[in-house]
Design a protein around this ligand. Structure first.
Ligand code: NAD
Ligand code: TYD
Length: 361
């Protein structure tokens, strides 16, 4: 039975990945989730799995060398899937240092701990051990409005925000471990994800939440910046496939050719919400494009991201399963049906109840 160490599993993509893995492998794997439970970490995301015998949560910071080494000493870890990071570009513009701390130093700590646990006296590594570093397409910088330009694995790094610069640095560290020590790792660079459990400071859940509350929908700049959206379960599937079928030391870009301007996303959400709400629902009356408010642009705002997923498709056979039309509807319905989750997240209640509960253990 393989043991997975997942970092940042209480966040958006990490929790979706854990759900995906238990759905796929059931009792045939063991998952240890290590998460510091920052504002973005929410154990409510993992309620369905918390009682499983093959799931363990450890509250720890990935920068805490002793805590991370201890996990490796006490468990025979086969796979590391490293999600933990500060992930919001706007926050990185206000407070860059924590991004360097968590994303760069935290990744260094994870790499060192795995290397220490897995390295044999002759400098090779124990059979079958693998580290997957989860990264972003934002490390490649910004494309212009040419619809035929894409990010390939060979595109030079050109990060612009403190977030993407810190992710680029962490990718480089992983690459250095692979090149120097032949450390058994892969890097995935994925486009923007959307789906259940995303913290409502990111565009899609923010717009859903504000629209249902009849609040303004802030659109930065001219609203024509393009992001390439992927349903989060397809990202989870890609990560699993890269670990099982990918060539060691390789980078794989992950994306489903779903490029949309921000304004299109905002309008789609309004349209779908209007279809889903009953005519008698008072929230429907307030829901219109009038809620859209163009606001001051983000500093250094990247214009366009677009992934070329040719390599992962060809070498590994990964294909996205959920097309945008279906995925956005699923996502909106999920937020609709999980009003309480949204209330806890926006009021910070999950921090009070869940974090304290684990502090006591
Ligand atoms: P998130 O902000 O929702 O979750 C991050 C998780 O990491 C949280 O649970 C948080 O508590 C935890 N964490 C933060 N600092 C920590 C620390 N010092 N020690 C331990 N845990 C810590 O982020 P996400 O959107 O789920 O992104 C996960 C990963 O995927 C990140 O590495 C991000 O760069 C990458 N990524 C995200 C996207 C996207 O669209 N969201 C796209 C591509 C790649
Ligand atoms: P975001 O979800 O923060 O992801 P990222 O910056 O990592 O791509 O933002 C997605 C896009 O939406 C980005 O171009 C910025 C824009 N945006 C808005 O227009 N309004 C908002 O309130 C937010 C949060 C983002």
């Amino acid at each position: 039975m393989k043991t997975y160490l997942v970092t940042g599993g209480a966040g958006f993509i990490g929790s979706n990945y854990i759900h995906y893995m238990f759905k796929k492998y059931g009792d045939d794997i063991r998952i240890i989730n290590v998460d510091a439970l920052t504002y973005a970490g929410n154990l409510e995301n993992l309620k369905d799995v918390e009682d499983r015998d093959n799931y363990t949560f450890v509250k720890a910071n990935i920068c805490d060398r002793d805590a991370i080494n201890k996990i490796f000493e006490e468990n025979d870890i086969d796979r590391v899937v490293h999600f933990a990071a500060e992930s919001h570009v706007d926050r990185s513009i206000v407070n860059p240092e924590i991004f360097v701390e968590t994303n760069v130093l935290g990744t260094a700590t994870m790499l060192n701990a795995a290397k220490k646990a897995w390295e044999l006296p002759d400098g090779t590594f124990k059979e079958g051990k693998k580290f997957l570093h989860v990264s972003t397409d934002e490390v490649y910088g910004s494309l212009d409005d040419d619809p035929n330009a894409y990010f390939y694995e060979t595109t030079p790094y050109d990060p612009h925000s403190p977030y993407s610069a810190s992710k680029a640095s962490s990718d480089m560290l992983v690459k250095a471990y692979m090149d120097t020590y032949k450390f058994p790792a892969n890097i995935t660079n994925c486009s923007n994800n959307y789906g259940p459990y995303q913290f409502p400071e990111k565009l899609i859940p923010l717009v859903i939440n504000n629209a249902l509350a009849g609040k303004d929908l802030p659109v930065y700049g001219d609203g024509k910046n393009v992001r390439d959206w992927l349903f989060v379960e397809d990202h989870a599937k890609a990560i699993d496939m890269v670990q099982e079928k990918g060539k060691l030391f390789e980078t794989y870009n992950v994306g489903g050719h779903n490029e949309k301007q921000n304004i299109e996303i905002v309008k789609t959400i309004i349209d779908v919400l209007r279809e889903e709400l009953d005519d008698s629902d008072p929230r429907k009356a307030k829901l219109s494009y009038d809620l859209i408010k163009y606001v001051t642009d983000r500093k250094g705002h990247d214009r366009r991201y677009a992934i070329a997923p040719d390599k992962i498709k060809k070498e590994i056979g990964w294909e996205p399963e959920t097309m945008f039309k279906e995925g956005i509807r699923k996502t909106i319905k999920w937020y609709f049906d999980h009003n309480e989750w949204m209330e806890h997240v926006t009021s910070g209640d999950y921090e009070k109840y869940y974090a304290k509960m684990y502090d006591k253990r």
